[in-house]
Write a protein that binds this ligand. Structure first.
Ligand code: KG4
Ligand code: ZN
Length: 349
């Protein structure tokens, strides 16, 4: 077994088909084909996503291999995203990864997408020190994760309903933006006043979150304002976006602050697609100064879905001997606690 493996990693959990090669712990590339087919549907259409992965996966993998300058026989393992995600999307990457591992007769490594978002911090330095807290914010998840080691993570708080990315996208839809609207709220917010409008933020017990209330609050706020001024959205778009963004970001940080105190941790990281948000990144840096945190924010390309994060995770799983057999299947509802339990059992189910 190679101590410094070369691994091809595949990500296909949602609407990005991606491949990356990691060699001796260094990620060599990160090839991503973003699906634009969902734009007019207000969300990802699972069947269309699955079909697009099927068309994209061969060119994406070929490009990653060619770009890395290695041939198939130099690979020590194949890694793929096992879950969580959309079943039809996960199936494409899982089947492709299994077929490659089988034909090359090399080990297969199943990766938890959420764990990989956290480990995106180990693609390039500076690296966080263990233990640290990671706020993972994506389209499907909002989690506070206590990271004790590369492969030792514990979810200490999470959303009880919508994910924060989902709240961004649903509110963006109310404002007339195409899917995914999160980045468009971000762009428009840059010209707006974050204190122009007040939206109620939901505070629920412990370190958990709830984002469904703010979406409803914005919906009724717009209905009332539009009744008085049909051009309200057009005239005040950037102020609405800045206010919504500020409220969501404050909700995220309120629990993050409690978590750092509760666990007495001052190394704090952000991960996931919403981690690309300009307002969140800015307010995070300001908060870090006040709270005296050492903070870590991944490069933009490693915030949203990508195979580089799957590749770096697979490197550590390889070193730890965490391989899967060919009976492994996709798991749309894969949860972190489950992945640890199963990895100890050799991922058999
Ligand atoms: O991590 P990710 O790429 O996919 C999932 O695993 O869900 O996250 C996608 C989410 C979407 O909801 C998208 O709107 C949001 O991240 N997002 C943003 C920004 N860039 C991506 N939300 C707000 N501001 C951004 N700049
Ligand atoms: Zn993701």
């Amino acid at each position: 077994m190679a101590k410094t493996p070369t691994i091809l990693a595949i990500e296909s959990s949602c609407d990005e088909t991606s491949a990356a090669v990691v060699h001796q712990g260094k990620v060599l590339n990160n090839i991503i084909a973003t699906q634009t087919v969902h734009k007019n549907y207000g969300g990802v259409v699972p069947e269309l996503a699955s079909r697009a992965h099927q068309s994209n996966i061969v060119p994406v993998v070929n490009t990653a291999m060619k770009d890395a300058g290695i041939n198939l026989h130099q690979l020590d393992a194949i890694a793929f995203t096992r879950g969580p995600g959309l079943l039809g999307s996960l199936l494409v990457g899982t089947s492709f990864g299994k077929a490659m591992a089988l034909s090359l007769n090399i080990p297969l490594i199943a990766v938890d997408h959420m764990e990989a978002h956290v480990l995106a911090h180990f693609i390039n330095p500076p690296y966080p020190e263990f233990p640290f807290i990671c706020l993972t914010v994506s389209g499907g998840h909002t989690q506070l994760v206590l990271v004790k080691d590369y492969l030792g993570m514990q979810v200490i708080g999470q959303t009880r309903d919508d994910a924060v990315g989902e709240a961004f996208d649903k509110i963006a839809k109310l404002l007339g933006f195409p899917y995914p609207g999160g980045p468009m709220i971000d762009e428009s917010a840059q010209q707006g006043d974050p204190l122009a409008f007040q939206f109620p933020s939901t505070n629920i017990p412990e370190l958990d979150y709830s984002f469904s209330g703010i979406k409803t609050a914005v919906k009724y706020f717009l209905r009332d304002e539009l009744a008085g001024d049909p051009d309200f959205i057009k005239d005040r778009l950037s102020d609405i976006c800045a206010s919504v963004q500020h409220t969501l970001v404050q909700m995220l940080f309120q629990k993050l602050k409690i978590a750092t105190k509760q666990y007495n941790i001052s190394q704090v990281a952000i991960a996931g697609g919403v981690g690309a948000n300009t307002g969140l990144r800015q307010e995070f840096l300001e908060l870090a100064k006040l709270e005296r945190w050492t903070v870590f924010i991944p490069e933009f390309q490693y915030c949203t879905d990508n195979a580089a994060m799957i590749a770096i995770t697979s490197h550590y799983k390889y070193l730890d001997g965490q391989f899967s057999d060919l009976m492994v299947g996709p798991d749309p509802r894969l949860a972190m606690d489950k992945v640890h339990r199963q990895s100890r059992e050799g991922l058999k189910d």
